[in-house]
Design a binder for this molecule. Structure first.
Ligand SMILES: Nc1ncnc2c1ncn2[C@@H]1O[C@H](COP(=O)(O)OP(=O)(O)O)[C@@H](O)[C@H]1O
Ligand SMILES: [Mg+2]
Length: 294
């Protein structure tokens, strides 16, 4: 297990108060905590969000489990949100914050995303968020990060999945929603402008003019062919220390497994309600998608 060895302060943004730590493998990481205290599922959801993004081969920062030793947490016990134990951390990277000298956006968001070398995967973010029921990206620029690369290009990464799976608090409502929400819709899906301004910038970069070139094919194929074993394997890697009961792990596995064929339906519905502006009215074509067996 990677150990945190030195605390380097809080990040500027984030209500969960992510913190910078130098780690035992000499990498500076941004470490997330279950904060505020009742957010006892924040780390679980971060962990699952990362593992699922990796399974779908989405661009995401490499995330590792990081132990905060008790002695270190005690030295900084006055720092809000500091607690010992196993957390999750991603390497501290430079961000393109898209802020001009006058404090305004340097580029409108549609152009910022268009300038990313991996803009061809931008629709995957939507499919992924629908699958895991993540409602924390729609108006939060900090959860779709843009990284400048050495060669002058840029790349987006999905980030911060604590609010997926019906929010990070272990309420009965969350548990019931996980049991009942087998359809892939997000809770405000039927609104004429669902999902919020970040998706407005995403969808303008999704080209549906040639229905034969369905940009959702890759990610939907991945989602639909996920096996129950793969999901169970991820759940088995959840640290014991987080004390997630087995029945909750089971409900999370079924939630994802039951929704996997519904993501395509949700996308078809969005296309048919003319949610994507770069569209010529044709139905998307889904050749040769195959379901895996259980
Ligand atoms: N690994 C990282 N490298 C650089 N900046 C980061 C990293 N992780 C988080 N940040 C910055 O900190 C902000 C808050 O982190 P986030 O994980 O979104 O926390 P919260 O759950 O509190 O919103 C992000 O929006 C981003 O600006
Ligand atoms: Mg965030």
């Amino acid at each position: 297990m990677i150990e945190a060895i030195g605390f380097f302060g809080n990040m500027d943004d984030g209500i969960s108060k992510p913190k910078k730590f130098l780690c035992s493998d000499n990498i500076m990481r941004v470490v997330k905590f279950n904060h505020p205290e009742n957010y006892t599922r924040a780390l679980l959801h971060e962990f699952l969000g990362y593992k699922i993004a990796a399974l779908l081969e989405l661009p995401v920062l490499d995330q590792k489990l990081v132990n905060i030793p008790r002695e270190l947490a005690e030295i900084y016990s006055h720092v809000e949100g500091m607690t010992p134990g196993i957390k999750v951390g991603s390497p501290l990277v430079e961000l393109d914050k898209n802020i001009a000298d006058n404090g305004l956006f340097r580029e409108p968001l549609p152009e910022l995303y268009r300038s990313c070398s991996n803009v061809g995967m931008i629709q995957d973010v939507l499919a992924y968020d629908i699958w895991i029921h993540n409602d924390d990206r729609g108006s939060n620029m900090g959860n779709l990060l843009v990284l400048p690369k050495k060669d002058g290009s840029k790349e987006f990464v999905v980030h911060d999945h604590g609010y997926a799976f019906f929010r990070p608090v272990a309420t009965m409502d969350r548990y019931k929603s996980l049991q009942e929400f087998k359809g892939a819709s997000l809770t405000w899906q039927d609104h004429l402008f669902p999902f919020g301004p970040i998706y407005e910038a995403i969808k303008i970069n999704v080209d549906l003019r040639n229905p034969q070139l369905n940009p959702f094919l890759r990610v939907v194929n991945k989602i639909e062919s996920v096996s129950k074993q793969e999901l169970e394997q991820i759940m088995n890697e959840v640290p014991e220390e987080w004390q997630i009961p087995d029945y909750e792990k089971k409900v999370l596995v079924s939630f994802l497994f039951d929704r996997r064929f519904k993501v395509r339906e949700a996308i078809i519905q969005l296309v048919s309600m003319w949610w994507f502006p770069v569209w010529n009215g044709g139905a998307l074509v889904w050749p040769d998608l195959q379901a895996s067996s259980e």
